[in-house]
Design a protein around this ligand. Structure first.
Ligand code: CTP
Ligand code: CA
Length: 226
């Protein structure tokens, strides 16, 4: 991808971005899903590619690949985990923008559940925390980025996730607010990194939010090599 204006400050860096909400099967036709559109993850991928990165998106959604990015389609948290664990070890930057289900049916039924069988009891089990696993196995020099969707106590929850998952940056958004987060073209976020004061990025197009995230990623990479 060529770009006439603007920095190419991720030239040659492999960036892996997850995007969209996972879909966890209940039976042959039904899933547990969530409201994530994948837009913020695709915007981060497009911004990274425009700045010279080679980008892989691990995606649950059917959206056109940004110029300069390759897309790997997955559906479930388990599929996303195996793709991320395969791609992350050789990546310079990993961004978990996906909305991963926290719970999935413990056993998917391989046929369609019928009405006449009565109301089903769906037993759930936890999914693996993909990002925590990536944090525990993070290679030296990699910048690892998480997102946090919060309705309450945003700062405290985001700081806790930053530490617990060994992240270099967490992008927190208040999903209770209007015009931000799920299914919107705009977002407003706060960036948290270890030993830094939180930085608010006010309501903007998701591509501009992505640019602020990538600016911070570039700064973290520079700080690591200084
Ligand atoms: N995440 C993940 N695997 C999961 C759940 C979450 O990789 N099973 C990642 C998300 O992609 C995001 C970060 O962890 O980058 C935080 O997700 P979030 O849902 O905000 O936090 P959780 O740790 O799942 O905690 P909770 O939902 O209870 O707030
Ligand atoms: Ca969660």
């Amino acid at each position: 991808v060529e770009r006439l204006l603007g920095p190419r400050d991720l030239d040659g860096v492999h960036v892996v971005v997850s995007a969209g909400g996972t879909r966890e099967p209940i039976d042959a036709v039904r899933v547990i899903a969530n409201r994530s559109s994948g837009k913020q993850g695709y915007a981060v991928a497009a911004e990274a590619a425009a700045r010279g990165a080679s980008v892989t998106i691990v995606s649950t959604v059917d959206r056109p690949a940004p110029v300069g990015a390759a897309v790997e389609r997955v559906e479930t948290a388990a599929q996303m985990q195996s793709a991320m664990e395969r791609l992350a070890p050789s990546a310079g930057v990993v961004v978990m923008a996906a909305a991963v289900a926290d719970f999935r049916p413990a056993a998917a039924v391989d046929r369609k559940i019928k009405k006449h069988d009565g109301v089903p009891e769906i037993v759930l089990e936890p999914t693996p925390d993909i990002l925590a696993g990536l944090g525990a196995n993070k290679p030296a020099g990699q910048v690892l980025v998480g997102f946090a969707a919060e309705t309450d106590d945003m700062a405290a929850n985001a700081q806790r996730k930053l530490v617990a998952k060994h992240l270099d940056l967490i992008v927190a958004n208040d999903v209770a607010a209007d015009a931000t987060g799920f299914q919107h073209d705009t977002n407003a976020v706060t960036l948290f990194s270890p030993d830094q004061s939180p930085v608010e990025v006010p309501l903007a197009d998701k591509r501009q939010i992505a640019a602020a995230v990538i600016d911070r990623v570039v700064a973290l990479r520079r700080a690591a090599t200084d």
